[in-house]
Design a protein around this ligand. Structure first.
Ligand code: BG6
Length: 501
C-alpha cells in the first residue's frame, strides 16, 4: 500500500506493555520511526512504554536510540540510515511508566497519562509474554480504561502466540470479550503486514485473468513453504515448549492459505474480508487421529553446516532440553472441503535451519490434457507453477515450457515474472508500519477476528492430539531442506516439492 497521499493517523496515547522487550526495540520502534519519517503520525501521538523495571523517559528513549544506532551500523535491520532529526522528533513523543502488570496501581497511573490532546484515544499494545494477555486485559477493563463512552477510542493489540491450542485460544478470546468488544481487539499476525501478502488479494481480485483458472478444474495442488535459515537463536525456552507447528502454522501459514483460497469478499471492508477468511479456514477438513499422523511429518535439526559454518543440533541450543522431541520442521497435507477446492491438496511446510530463506506459495497446475508431442521428450512435460514469492526476492513467476531455439523440438523451463524491485521503490519497512497505522485509524482488515483464530486452531488440533499419542520426529542435518519423510509426504501422491530459492 502506498502511503504518499494518505493523512496522518489520529492523535492517540499508545501504551507499549513489555516496553523493554525485544519486539519493541527490534520492530515496533523502527516501525514508528518509519511512520514518523513518512509524516503519518499525528503531532499529538504519545508513546508510553510500560514495564516493571524502573526507568525515566530519557533512559527509555536512550536505550532505544542506542539499539537503532547499533542496528544501523550492523545493517541488521530495517530502519537503516537513521536520520537523527527524525529520531529526535520521535524521541519527544516517548514517555515511560514503571509498573507491575498485575498491580491495579499501574492502571491508575496509566489513566492519568491518557493525554487530553489525544481526545482520550488510547491503544494498549500487549507486547508482553502471552501469560500476561488475560491479566492485563482484565485489569484494563476493571480500571475503566476500555470504556469508550466519553468519545475517545480504546483499542487493545494482542501479539502472537494467541493460545497454544484450541481450548486456550477459545479461553483467551472469551476473556478478552468479557471486558471489550470485538471491534476493540486487534489480534496481530505480522505476516499480514507484508506487502507481498496483501498483494495476493489484489492480484487475485483485480486481475480478471486469475479467477478463470483459480479452482480445482485447473489447479492440481498448492504448496506453501516458509523456510528459514536461522535456528532458535535466543528463544530456546519459548521454542522448546512451542515447536514449529504452533509457532508458524495456525497463524502465518494459514494466513497465506486463506489469502490464496478465500472467496472474493463482497467488499474490501474489514468484516467482509475477515468473514471469507474465517470461512475458508473453517473449511479445512479436521483429520481423524490416524489421518493426522499419516498427513504430517515432524523433523528436528541435528548438527550440520551452512556454507563453511558448523551449526549445532537443536538439542545443543541454549535452553533446549537435551532429549527434546520438539519439532523444528513440519510438513502437512490439508484438504479444503468446499466447492472451489474439493480434491486439491494444500501441502504446507516450515522449518528452521533449512538451506535457504524462502517463503513462497507454489500453485501447481494440472498437466495439459494429453501428450501433444508424443514422439519427443515432451511426453511428460514438467508441471506449470505460479510461484508467489513472499520473501526474499518478492514477486510472482510463472514457470512455463518453451521450445529451445534450434532444429530439434526440445522443451525448456522458462519464467514469466514480476519482481517488486523492478517496478517499485520500497522504503525500508518492518511490516509493522501498516499494522500500527491501521490500528490507529481503526481499520481491522489486516487483523484476525476471534472466529478466524479459533478455526485455525481447530484445523491444527488433530495434529497436536495425534502427536501427543506418538509418532516419529525425523532428524535432518542443519542446512538441509528437512527430513526425507517430508519429501515422501508428496512422493506418495506422485508429487514433489517445488525447489527452494
Ligand atoms: C515468528 C516466529 O512469528 O515468525 C518465528 O515466532 C519466525 O519463529 C518468524 O522466525 C518468521 O517471520 P518472518 O517475517 O521472518 O518470516
Amino acid at each position: 500500500m502506498t502511503r504518499q497521499s494518505i493523512p496522518a493517523a489520529p492523535p492517540c496515547t499508545l501504551f507499549l506493555f513489555g516496553a523493554n522487550g525485544d519486539l519493541v526495540k527490534r520492530l515496533l520502534m523502527p516501525a514508528l520511526y518509519n511512520l514518523s519519517r513518512d509524516g503519518l503520525l499525528d503531532r499529538n501521538l504519545r508513546i508510553v512504554g510500560v514495564d516493571h523495571n524502573p526507568a525515566s523517559a530519557e533512559e527509555f528513549a536512550g536505550r532505544l536510540h542506542a539499539f537503532m544506532v547499533e542496528r544501523d551500523k550492523g545493517g541488521e535491520g530495517t530502519a537503516k540510515c537513521l536520520d537523527e532529526k527524525i529520531w529526535a522528533r520521535l524521541a519527544k513523543r516517548l514517555d515511560y511508566q514503571t509498573g507491575d502488570f498485575l498491580d491495579p496501581a499501574t492502571y491508575q497511573a496509566l489513566a492519568r497519562r491518557i493525554d487530553k490532546t489525544s481526545h482520550g484515544n488510547a491503544i494498549f499494545y500487549l507486547a508482553t509474554s502471552p501469560r500476561f494477555f488475560p491479566e492485563v486485559a482484565q485489569r484494563l477493563g476493571q480500571a475503566g480504561l476500555l470504556d469508550e463512552s466519553a468519545g475517545g477510542f480504546r483499542r487493545v493489540v494482542v501479539e502472537k502466540p494467541f493460545g497454544t491450542d484450541l481450548a486456550s485460544a477459545e479461553a483467551l478470546n472469551a476473556c478478552l470479550l468479557k471486558v471489550m468488544g470485538e471491534r476493540q481487539i486487534y489480534r496481530i499476525d505480522h505476516y499480514l503486514g507484508k506487502e507481498t501478502v496483501q498483494n495476493i488479494l489484489v492480484s487475485r481480485f483485480s486481475n480478471g485473468l486469475f479467477e478463470s483458472f483459480w479452482n480445482n478444474h485447473y489447479i492440481d495442488h498448492v504448496q506453501i513453504t516458509a523456510a528459514e535459515t536461522v535456528g532458535v537463536e535466543t528463544r530456546g525456552a519459548f521454542y522448546d515448549s512451542t515447536g514449529a507447528l504452533r509457532d508458524m502454522v495456525p497463524n502465518h501459514l494459514f494466513q497465506l492459505l486463506a489469502m490464496v483460497a478465500m472467496e472474493p469478499p463482497a467488499a474490501f471492508a474489514a468484516d467482509a474480508v475477515r468473514s471469507e477468511k474465517a470461512k475458508v479456514v473453517g473449511a479445512i477438513r479436521p483429520w481423524s487421529a490416524k489421518m493426522a499422523l499419516k498427513n504430517s511429518v515432524r523433523g528436528q535439526y541435528t548438527a550440520g553446516k551452512q556454507g563453511r559454518k558448523q551449526l549445532p543440533g537443536y538439542r545443543h541450543e541454549a535452553n533446549v532440553a537435551a532429549d527434546s522431541q520438539t519439532e523444528t520442521y513440519v510438513a502437512l497435507k490439508v484438504m479444503i472441503d468446499n466447492w472451489r477446492w474439493a480434491g486439491v491438496p494444500f501441502y504446507l511446510r516450515t522449518g528452521k535451519r533449512m538451506s535457504v530463506r524462502d517463503t513462497e506459495i507454489a500453485i501447481c497446475f494440472k498437466p495439459a490434457p494429453y501428450a501433444q508431442f508424443r514422439e519427443s521428450e515432451l511426453e511428460r512435460p514438467k508441471p506449470n507453477y505460479l510461484k508467489i514469492q513472499i520473501q526474499p526476492n518478492e514477486g510472482m513467476w510463472f514457470d512455463l515450457q518453451a521450445k529451445r531455439p534450434g532444429p530439434e523440438l526440445v522443451m525448456e523451463n522458462v519464467e514469466l515474472g514480476f519482481a517488486y524491485k523492478d517496478f517499485f521503490k520500497m522504503n525500508p519497512a518492518t511490516g509493522y508500519e501498516t499494522l500500527i497505522y491501521d490500528c490507529l485509524t481503526g481499520d481491522q482488515t489486516l487483523f484476525q477476528r476471534a472466529d478466524n483464530i479459533e478455526n485455525g486452531w481447530r484445523a491444527v488440533q488433530p495434529f497436536l492430539d495425534a502427536w501427543a499419542q506418538g509418532g516419529e520426529v525425523h532428524e535432518y542435518p542443519a542446512g538441509e531442506d528437512g527430513p526425507e519423510a517430508g519429501n515422501e509426504l508428496l512422493a506418495r501422491d506422485k508429487r514433489e516439492w517445488h525447489s527452494l530459492g
